[in-house]
Design a protein. Structure first.
Length: 160
């Protein structure tokens, strides 16, 4: 039980440290964009919060390394994640998250909405084994057609 807590503290501290570095850099970027004195710019609070988060994540990292050190924590994390990625349901969920990210950040930017949405729905249902290939094609096409019809024709809302 104690090793589980230390492993979670270790992973959390690394994630929070990376997040704090991102927040600090974005705060500095806000400062440069605002063009004001630092203590008057909107970057003050995010940068301070990023620094506090960085400090606290380093403290948590130090506590997580007691009783075993970094090699023990890395071995525990490796063992834990190797077990997770062997599970087929976890891999399906991971593929779904990757597909959502590809759809949101790539497909919508380079393809028309209806093609990107059709590809996303088709691939997601295919990887989740939602039915036969013909059924997946029909459901994807019908869904995209209804979305376009409803929003662009009925509501006159422009789609991305």
């Amino acid at each position: 039980m104690e090793n589980d807590k230390k492993r979670l503290d270790f992973v959390s501290s690394v994630v929070m440290f990376l997040l704090s570095i991102y927040v600090i850099f974005e705060g500095i970027h806000i400062y440069h964009e605002a063009g004001k004195v630092f203590y008057l710019s909107p970057a003050l609070v995010p940068t301070m919060l990023g620094c506090v988060l960085c400090l606290l994540s380093v403290v948590l990292f130090g506590y997580s390394l007691k009783d075993g050190g970094i090699s023990a924590r890395m071995a525990e994390v490796k063992t834990y994640f190797s077990g997770i990625f062997k599970d087929s349901n976890t891999m399906r969920m991971f593929i779904g998250v990757v597909l959502m990210a590809v759809y949101t950040f790539i497909l919508i930017e380079i393809l028309p909405f209806w093609i990107a949405t059709f590809l996303f729905m088709f691939l997601l249902m295919y990887f989740l084994d939602a039915g036969s290939l013909v059924k997946i094609l029909l459901v994807s096409a019908a869904s995209v057609a209804l979305i376009v019809l409803l929003f662009q024709v009925c509501f006159r809302v422009p789609l991305p």
